[in-house]
Design a protein around this ligand. Sequence first.
Ligand code: SF4
Length: 321
Amino acid sequence: MVKTSDMQTTCFERAIFLSWYCSKADCTFCYMSTQKDRIAGLKDPRMARRSFASIFAEAIISKACGWQIEFLSGGYDSFLTEELLFIIKTVHEITGKKQWLNIGTLNYEELKLYKPHVEGVIGTLECANPELRSTICPSKPMSEINSMFAACDKLGLKKGVTVIIGLGETLDDFGFLKKFIADNGIARITFYSLNPQKGTPFTSSPPIDYYEQWIALTRRSFPDLHITAGAWRDKTNYYSRLLKAGANNITKFPALKYFSSEQAKDVERQAALAGRKFIGTLTKVPKDDWDKQADALALDSGLKIKIKSKINSYLQMMKKI
Ligand code: SF4
C-alpha cells in the first residue's frame, strides 16, 4: 500500500484574471468576442479592469489556501506597462514566487523590464491545428508568439503554452503540437476542454475520452513537461482521469465562488481517486492574520486599507456556502 507521504502531490492552480478588456476581442471561442461592440464602445479600457486591491487580495488568499498562481492573465492592452510592472512585482512579493504571464504578446523591452519578477511567459497557441487556428484567432498570428519566444530565449525566460481541446482539431494534429513543444523548448502547457460560450459558433464540449487522450499523448512524449489540466465546475469528475492521464495539476475551477461547495469537495476527492495527495484546500477557509498580510506589503496605506476590505469580501464569499 502506498503511504500518504510517498504519494505524488497535486494542487489547484489559480489564474489571476486582470481585466475584462481585450483590444483584439475576435478569437471566435472567447467570451470577449461576444462583447466586441461593448468593448469597442468603451471610452476607457480602465473601466473594464480589476482594481489593484482586488488582484492583490486574491493573491493573498490564493497563497493562504495553498493554490499556485498559474499565471497572471488578461486581454491585450488592458494596462499600461508601468501598471503591469507594479502588479507583477507586488504579486511576486505576496507569493514569494516569480510569476508566469499570459497577457498577450510582449516585446523584448517589456520582457526585460518585467524579468526580475517573471519566471516565464505563455504563448496562446489555443488550437493545435495551425490552419484552423488562423481563422479562430485571426488577430493573434503565430509570428508574434514566435518573436516573443525568441525574446524569452535571449533573456533566459521560460516558455509555456495554452491549448484548448475541442476547437475542431483531431488527434492527427498531435504531431504539430509535439513538434511545437520540442522546437520551442516549452516548459509548461495548460490544456482546457472547450467550455462553449453563448453567442460563439461553438456549442459543445469535447468528450472526456478525447480530452484525456491529448494529455496522455503529451505526457508520453514529454515525461518532464509540466502539464496543467482545466475543467469547468460542471465537469469536476474529469479531474481524476486527467491526473491519471498525466497532468501534474488542475485549474479552471471557480475556486472563490464555489469554495466549500459540493463541487469543490469533489475536486479534492478526484485528486484522491487519482492516487494524489491534494496540497492546499478548496473547502476549509484558512485561518490567517489577514491584516498582517496586507500590512507587510511595501504599499501605501490607502491601498492596504482597500486590500483588507477586498480580502474581507472574498472571505465572506468563501464562507457563504
Ligand atoms: S486575445 Fe485572449 S482575451 Fe482577447 S479575444 Fe482572444 S482569447 Fe479572448
